[in-house]
Design a protein around this ligand. Sequence first.
Ligand SMILES: *Cc1c(COP(=O)(O)O)cnc(C)c1O
Length: 630
Amino acid sequence: MKNILEETIQTYGIENWGAGFFDVNKKGHLIVRPSEEDVSSVDVVEVVEDLLKRGVKLPVILRFPQLLAHQVRKLTSSFQSSIKEFDYKGNHLCVFPMKVNPRRDVLEEVLREGRRYNFGVEVGSKPELYGALALDQAPESLVVCNGFKDESYIRLALMGLRAGKKLILVIEKVEELHIILRQAKETGIRPNIGIRARLYSRGSGKWEKSGGDTAKFGLTTSEMLEVVRILRENNMIDCLKMLHFHIGSQITDIKRVKNAIKEAARVYCKIREMRIDIEYLNVGGGMGVDYDGSKTSFDSSANYTMQEFANDVIYTIKLVCDEEDAPEPTIITESGRIVAAFHAVIITNIQDEIETVLDDISKVTTKDDDPQVVIELKDLMENVSSKTHREYYHDALEHKEELFTLFNLGLISLEDRAKGEALFWEVCERANRFAQQSKIISEEFEDLKKILSAKYLCNFSVFRCLPDSWAIEQLFPIMPIHKLNSAPSEHATLVDLTCDSDGIIDKFVDLKDIKETLELHHFSPGDPYYLAFFMTGAYQEVMGNFHNLFGTLNEAHVIINREGYLIKKIITGSNLGDVLALARYDKNFLFENFQKHAQEQVKYGRLTEAEAAELCLEYEKNISNYTYLG
Ligand SMILES: *Cc1c(COP(=O)(O)O)cnc(C)c1O
């Protein structure tokens, strides 16, 4: 017999997706470990209570730098062990793609931990490059410059080169080469150049279109040859250092990786054959995160481990190089998602339950002179049984239609309508209970279960915290951080604070399927109930938007140690003033205009001077409030 704790752990699947970082302790609280091998752990409930005591409001991002550091080590050591195993002659270097999470704290931690492995940075835009040029990194580590470029991007890159960065400009379009040549002449700086190849091979999953011959990025075969010709003409062929490709993020199927690498390695060898000493083969990012823990090629999963990915890259490149008798290149990887996803966990609270159906039918009293439709619904409610549940449910649906028709014709009162609705939902509840007990649950009762599920109002914005849940239906593990030694009794969906019907989470991770409701505990106001959203460290923070002007979250950096934990840093999220400034309401405008309105009331004698002054003072104080509830 399993105990309740074991059963709840299984309900949420934490063992499948937790990657050794996340677990539950005997108290039924979520814990986080710095790595799967580490014995120290932190009780997340303790951290949250500590933060609340310090006045840090929810929602909050808990950032665990040790999880980032662990992924950096795991990534580099996976490649080092493949290099050993296959006796690969070249080296391997990582660059962290800044677009995955450009927060300075994230970059600094990755570069600090990655210093001894010469971990570098990948940028895809001018602002990213500008930021990267200020970061401290190991002298031998790279700055790989991707993305579409203009004069000023390229000039900035050459400045970085002169300032000592090992920087490579990857050409995405032939036109960029002409700009590079012009700028190189003007500044007298010899650039390092890479070319991004447009492979025939594609990735898999949501980002499949990033690869293939209709991709947005990369040079066609004839364009690559043109670049070579132009570089030769300009006596700059020695500047060509890197061949790059990236077939898309979250590649779910390892076969796709192998095919792309095979093709790219062949291209590398053919370029080598042209007596070009290209040094680096950059295989891009794309290593998938197993969000649902199913280890499959499903969109929110990946059917391989980091070690398998590394093995396939190293083995395949070696194989092709051996066949073509080409020297084995230094391999660059640009994995971002797998490095950053785990380290950030968002914690928030359930604010309330949204009632859509009357939950206490005893409040409904019927009389003999009630309309026939109400009496019939009551009869259905009283007599629905295991045998009749389907039939009675269908009858109830018909009666509900009738109820609204009568109401719209003005034949029944609001009270009658209210009674009828309450009875209808009670028939549904009862029929659903019988339906869920049967062996095979038909689609209509699956739908009904979802309709009847609780809606928990959660103190967050989907658009700010989990944009990919809204934009591309990506799944993220979500679970309560406490009460885990009691069995959850409700099936709920989560609605956010925004005035947007898309501001809802109604797809949840499951080992075999996608769950449409999440098992949660009964919510009672006054009894705090905290939820965690996991694996939000990649892409979510930077892609999150300001819908309804909900701002960035409070943030705490937590170090896990033998004694428990240390809160190393607290960063305050946006306040009302910050988000309004983004929409060009500066402080002066806000204060002065509010004052103007108050003064008008004084003029009309509706407020005294003193009252107006007090009102303005309070308005001004509100500017530093957090944008979320509570
Ligand atoms: C986005 C991107 C990456 C990172 O991909 P992940 O899936 O996060 O590893 C790497 N390289 C390039 C060129 C990218 O555009």
